[in-house]
Design a protein around this ligand. Structure first.
Ligand code: 5GP
Length: 184
């Protein structure tokens, strides 16, 4: 099973994804590639940070499950290793989720929303984004949410990491018990 977490930047998907893999050993969290610079608040292991040339080589060699441009930077999911008995967890943007869904109609897409716009803004600022980045990410959030709602199997609100992780795990348990019928 492929599980895809989507939602506006700053909504807390990364923290939720890390909590999910801590709580459910079946989940394997993919590490994406990006051409975005490392943020001051990051440690350098959040992504495989590469330049555009290296990213373009990987596209040409068909090394990505999906990739997309987001706010001027490229992001991509490397083709996963074989994962017998495990589920692949992706934390990506909505354009990427649309590509994954096209490749695997059985994939489970979960949209994470913020409790409020002011909460989202606070989170973006706390992680060190400058004013321009905060403004452009907030401006694109409604479009991302609308596109996300159109493909999501479930929508959850990140009011508390532990609670929302529990909610997602029970959604996944439900899907594991009763996989969706193949698309017609
Ligand atoms: P950030 O720069 O805030 O880390 O990420 C920006 C956006 O890119 C977020 O919505 C994040 O989920 C998304 N993203 C991260 N990795 C990937 C990826 O591999 N593919 C795609 N399509 N989006 C990604």
């Amino acid at each position: 099973m492929i599980v895809v977490l989507i939602g506006p930047g700053g909504v807390g998907k990364g923290t939720i994804a890390r909590r999910l893999v801590e709580r459910d050993a079946r989940l394997y969290l993919s590490r994406s590639w990006t051409t975005r610079p490392v943020r001051p608040s990051e440690h350098g292991d959040e992504y495989v940070f590469v330049d555009r040339e290296r990213f373009a080589q990987a596209i040409a060699a068909d090394e990505f499950l999906e990739w997309a441009q987001f706010h001027g930077n490229l992001y991509g999911t490397p083709a996963p290793p074989p994962l017998p008995g495990r589920d692949l967890l992706l934390e990506i943007d909505v354009q990427g989720a649309i590509q994954v869904r096209r490749r695997d109609p059985q994939s489970v897409v979960i949209l994470v929303e913020a409790p409020s716009t002011s909460e989202l803004e606070g989170r973006l600022r706390r992680r060190g984004d400058d004013d321009e980045h905060v403004a452009s990410r907030l401006a694109s959030a409604p479009g991302e949410l609308a596109a996300g709602r159109a493909i999501a199997d479930a929508v959850v609100v990140n009011d508390d990491v532990e609670r929302v992780a529990g909610e997602i795990l029970s959604i996944l348990d439900g899907v594991r018990r009763e996989p969706r019928p193949p698309a017609a």
